[in-house]
Design a protein around this ligand. Structure first.
Ligand SMILES: Cc1ncc(C[n+]2csc(CCOP(=O)(O)OP(=O)(O)O)c2C)c(N)n1
Length: 320
């Protein structure tokens, strides 16, 4: 269903907030205040669009790239919490806690979370739930054996799942074109017995439409969908890692910026005035700036919040 005006404004608010938080966190890493970030700049549209297409009780497995925007769009993280988690002053696993949308946080080994998501989906089915499991991963992960096996099993069992490939064309410094001879990952879906959809990963409205249909299809009992969102990340793989791409590629990413495009479209259609859009941006900026101040005053701390005990670690990992 097309998004109504209120939903489009909510989408812009989530996009603007994640962009401002991502840009701020990226800059703090570049200047050495923070130490370690896989910048999600350029990926905002995917996390926000999919975050808006799922229910709080659907399980979403985030990747190292899109976690923050996903959780924020689902009401899992405030911008303040997103920023403070980078200072070690708020849990990075908020989304898994009671009362927050059901989310699995980052797993260190790329791609290993995809079979885990299949297991979650099978467990939900056994429990008689009508939930959908969405799992995010990159083009690099998509070439791993365990990921193929996971998608094959999901197809065979017609599991209520969405496999979301954020194809940013690079796995650290390995271009997709050198890792696979196939031009589109979406085409692989036929081999797993599920539909494959290729979508512009910078376009939040197109992404939302595709994600909403895939989630609805899964919930109707028609099985999984593979979505490939093609996009360009703005930054290098992570701070401190050289970027081997050309300036032209980065310029193209900025030209295709989905956040700015939605802002322009909403103003062009009279849904927001320039002042309304500025007010949304200003509110996000104020929340992010205040959180940075709070984080800087408290200082970077790896020991806060208190480490989880083994029972919590087990529950949050396996009981989700
Ligand atoms: C099994 C495994 N191999 C290698 C790494 C190191 N590593 C971390 S992120 C990454 C790239 C993943 O690329 P992709 O799946 O395309 O996601 P992107 O980072 O582009 O979003 C690699 C190789 C890892 N964490 N786990």
């Amino acid at each position: 269903m097309p998004l109504d005006h209120e939903q489009l404004v909510a989408m812009y608010r989530a996009l603007s907030g994640t962009r401002i938080a991502e840009q701020t966190i990226t800059d703090l890493n570049k200047s050495g205040v923070l130490r370690g970030h896989h910048s999600g700049l350029g990926h905002e549209a995917v996390g926000v669009a999919v975050g808006m297409a799922v229910r709080p009780d659907d399980c979403v497995q985030m990747s190292h790239r899109s976690g923050m925007m996903l959780s924020h769009a689902r009401g899992g993280y405030s911008l303040r919490e997103a920023v403070l988690s980078q200072f070690g002053r708020a849990p990075s696993h908020y989304a898994s806690l009671p009362g927050r949308p059901r989310t699995l946080t980052i797993v260190g080994l790329v791609g290993t979370w995809v079979p885990m998501s299949v297991g979650i989906s099978m467990a939900d089915r056994l429990r008689g739930k009508d939930t959908v499991t969405v799992t995010f991963f990159g083009d690099g992960a998509a070439n791993e054996g365990a990921v193929h096996e996971a998608m094959n099993l999901a197809g065979a069992r017609r599991l209520p799942m969405v496999f979301l490939i954020e194809n940013n064309g690079m796995a650290v410094s390995m271009p997709t074109s050198e890792a696979t001879a196939a031009s589109d990952f979406a085409a692989r879906a036929a081999g797993y017995g599920m539909p494959g959809v290729l979508v512009d990963g910078h376009d939040p409205v197109a992404l939302h439409e595709v994600a909403e249909e895939a989630v609805a299809r899964a919930r109707r009992g028609q099985g999984p969908t593979l979505i490939e969102a093609k996009l360009i990340r703005w930054e290098s793989h992570a701070n401190g890692i050289a970027d081997l791409r050309t300036p032209e590629e980065i310029e193209e990413a900025h030209r295709r910026d989905g956040v700015r495009q939605l802002r322009d479209a909403l103003i062009g259609q009279g849904i927001l005035s320039e002042a309304d859009a500025d007010a949304i941006d200003d509110a996000a900026r104020a929340e992010v700036d205040a959180a940075v101040e709070e984080g800087r005053t408290a200082g970077f701390d790896m020991t806060v919040p208190p480490p989880m005990d083994a029972a919590d670690a087990w529950r949050l990992t396996y009981a989700n």
